[in-house]
Design a protein around this ligand. Structure first.
Ligand SMILES: Cc1cc2nc3c(=O)[nH]c(=O)nc-3n(C[C@H](O)[C@H](O)[C@H](O)COP(=O)(O)OP(=O)(O)OC[C@H]3O[C@@H](n4cnc5c(N)ncnc54)[C@H](O)[C@@H]3O)c2cc1C
Length: 390
């Protein structure tokens, strides 16, 4: 049986970055015939590596305070400046987009994978699916479909459940659970939302810029945010919706006020024609026409003549959630290995010594904007440094 000082299961961003910083006696075991299949798809093949701005703001992109607290040591040890410098040193020029997203200048995720693999090619074992992991007094026994390896230290970097065609099908949760870890029920995140009896299918493609999005459950507001919303054929998408999808459940109500409440009384006061005042207040004109048609309101009606009931429906859109997009649509996984069982300063298990975790397998999911790849890079690096310095 081949023995490794440090074995990494999963050749995605987290596993590859760990291997880059993981010393010599290591291996990366990957089920696919190539590494980084999900990385290649990321950012529509352009790979949004990280996000600009202050790291203190960065921390607000992982959900609640408990999550921000957990991600802090890894992200601060390999922050957005360090990540971009790492790629620059490896010969990749960096493009800072106006919206804060950071990409390789070439806009090719392939180049990012090349940087992460060029120094570790001989350590990667592809076409090898791990089927079981156990621990004995010597270390870990990693069973694959055709053989077995042993390792003194082990990193689980098998990703979550999103985009199973890229190789991440939740296997890592089975391994973590069998070694004694708690798995928070995985659920699609960064996913579009399918709406019951969606009445705006004809408006698919229309988007609202930086609108308020509120999620209600049993009439109580449970979350809210601000972001862009895109109407699809089946419901809602766009960064604002994707970021909130981690909180949404079937039958929740999503309210999107499309008119700023501060402007409402002014808009509906004058003699101006309704169609024009709505468009002037920023609602996309194609949408205004469809909305007025649906509500059977004449386009040329003066705004002040609208009934209270119609006005309510014009000002704020309300949708009932049928379901969240499935694993083939979700770009991340909410849930995973419980973070209170992992040391945030080392990424080592608090339950099994010498077992480490990195990337999407953990119960952490970031917003759109490069926060997930950055988290995978930073936790991969931290796990590798911790494992090899033990
Ligand atoms: C379409 C899409 C676009 C995205 N775009 C962006 C973006 O632009 N910016 C951003 O920050 N995030 C983006 N993300 C999210 C980001 O890509 C992931 O969060 C990140 O790749 C997770 O890295 P990981 O290494 O933890 O897991 P993964 O990349 O999923 O890697 C896990 C690896 O483990 C292997 N594996 C799993 N089980 C086994 C097993 N039993 N045996 C052997 N190998 C196994 C898998 O084959 C896989 O290669 C995107 C996601 C998707 C789906």
């Amino acid at each position: 049986m081949n023995h490794f000082e440090f074995a990494i299961i999963g050749g995605g961003v987290a596993g590859l970055c760990a291997a880059v910083f993981g010393g010599n006696k290591i291996c990366v075991i990957e089920r696919n015939n190539e590494t980084g299949k999900k990385l290649l798809l990321s950012g529509s093949g352009q790979c949004n590596i990280t996000h600009g701005g202050k790291m203190s703001d960065f921390l607000n992109n992982y959900g609640d305070n408990k999550k921000s607290h957990f991600v802090k040591p890894a992200l601060f040890a390999f922050d957005n400046i360090a990540v971009t410098n790492f790629f620059i040193k490896q010969g990749i020029q960096i493009y800072h987009r106006e919206d804060g997203k950071i990409f390789p200048q070439s806009m090719r995720s392939y180049d990012v994978r090349e940087v992460l693999t060029k120094s570790i090619k001989e350590k990667i074992i592809t076409n090898t699916t791990v089927i079981n992991v156990t621990k004995n007094t010597q270390g870990f026994v990693i069973e694959t479909e055709s053989s077995a390896f042993t390792a003194s230290k082990l990193l689980l970097a098998t990703g979550g459940c999103s985009y199973p065609s890229t190789g991440s099908n939740g296997d890592g949760y089975k391994f973590a659970k069998s070694l004694g870890h708690t798995i928070i029920q995985p659920k699609p995140a960064l996913a579009p939302i399918i709406i019951k009896n969606f009445r705006f299918a004809n408006s698919a493609g229309i988007s609202f810029r930086q609108v308020k999005i509120e999620i209600y459950r049993n009439e109580k507001r449970i979350h809210h945010g601000i972001g862009d919303v895109l109407l699809t054929h089946r419901g809602l998408s766009g960064p604002g919706i994707l970021n909130l999808s981690r909180y949404v459940e079937p039958n929740d109500e999503i309210r999107i006020p499309i008119i700023d409440p501060k402007l409402e009384s002014e808009i509906f006061r004058g003699k101006k024609i309704l169609k024009n005042v709505l468009s002037d207040s920023g609602v996309p004109s194609r949408f205004v026409m469809q909305l007025l048609c649906q509500l059977e309101v004449p386009f040329d009606l003066p705004a002040a003549e609208i009934s209270r009931e119609i006005r309510k429906q014009l000002v704020s859109l309300s949708f009932i959630v049928e379901q969240i997009g499935n694993w083939n649509e979700a770009m991340s996984t909410a849930g995973g290995v419980a973070i209170d069982e992992v040391n945030r300063r080392t990424m080592e298990s608090r339950i099994v010594p010498n077992l480490f975790f990195a990337g999407e397998i953990l119960d952490i999911d970031g917003n759109c904007g490069g926060y997930n790849i950055h988290f995978a890079l930073a936790t991969g690096k931290l796990a590798a440094i911790s494992a090899t310095s033990k």
